[in-house]
Design a protein around this ligand. Structure first.
Ligand code: ZN
Length: 209
């Protein structure tokens, strides 16, 4: 059985997910965004889990900040979309000025190990993931299906709260199309694990821009 554990990224107020088969010792981490992943380490230790892969829903620092730590400490492989890779080191300083007390703090992420495209399916730690390009919140945004689990990692695209168009790569029309496409592809009862807030059913996704 697959377990999807949700953790709040401190400072950033975003969600990090640790996904693993119950009896497996390897896990996938989605959107780690605490500098040293202090929010998930106790869970990893308690369950003897080694993070093997990091997936990013998009390029914003409140979803990426911990990926260097997991790569350096555990040798985890990083997977993200082409536009996520293109923009993940752009404008990160403004986030740290907002959330972090060290204004001169620099955070650069090295090239990902694998670029995922629309329709990419990968089998990681005995779970299968499918990627959907869903730009609009930002250029690099994807939704990630956990295959066979009726579960979608929604990033900042599928949210119960008001959609947020992030400048300069966000776009309202594109954003609406992305949400509509997911609503066509998945049943209303699909569980969405969003980038911020509690999980909810896809029927309740917020389209009030
Ligand atoms: Zn975002």
């Amino acid at each position: 059985m697959i377990r999807i554990a949700r953790f709040l990224n401190p400072l950033m107020n975003s969600n990090c997910y640790v996904i693993h088969q119950e009896q497996n010792k390897e896990c996938v981490v989605i959107d780690p965004a605490a500098e040293k992943c202090e929010n998930i380490l106790p869970y990893l230790e308690a369950n003897n889990l080694v993070p093997k892969f990091v997936l990013l829903t998009h390029e914003h620092v409140d979803h990426t900040w911990g990926c260097n730590y997991l790569r350096e400490e555990f040798g985890a492989k990083l997977l993200c979309s082409r536009n996520c890779a293109k923009y993940m080191n752009v404008n990160s300083r403004s986030y740290f000025q907002l959330y972090y007390d060290q204004c001169d703090y620099e955070y650069q992420i090295a090239e990902p190990d694998q670029i995922v495209e629309e329709g990419t399916r990968v089998s990681l730690c005995r779970a299968e993931f499918s990627f959907f390009d869903t730009p609009g919140h930002s250029a690099g945004s994807v939704c990630i299906e956990i295959n066979g689990e009726n579960a979608i990692i929604g990033g900042d695209v599928l949210m119960e709260t008001k959609p947020y168009i992030s400048k300069p790569t966000g776009n309202k029309r594109v954003f609406e199309e992305s949400i509509m496409r997911m609503k066509v592809l998945f049943p209303p009862t699909a569980m969405v694990y969003p980038g911020h807030g509690e999980p909810f059913e896809l029927a309740n996704v917020n389209m009030n821009f």
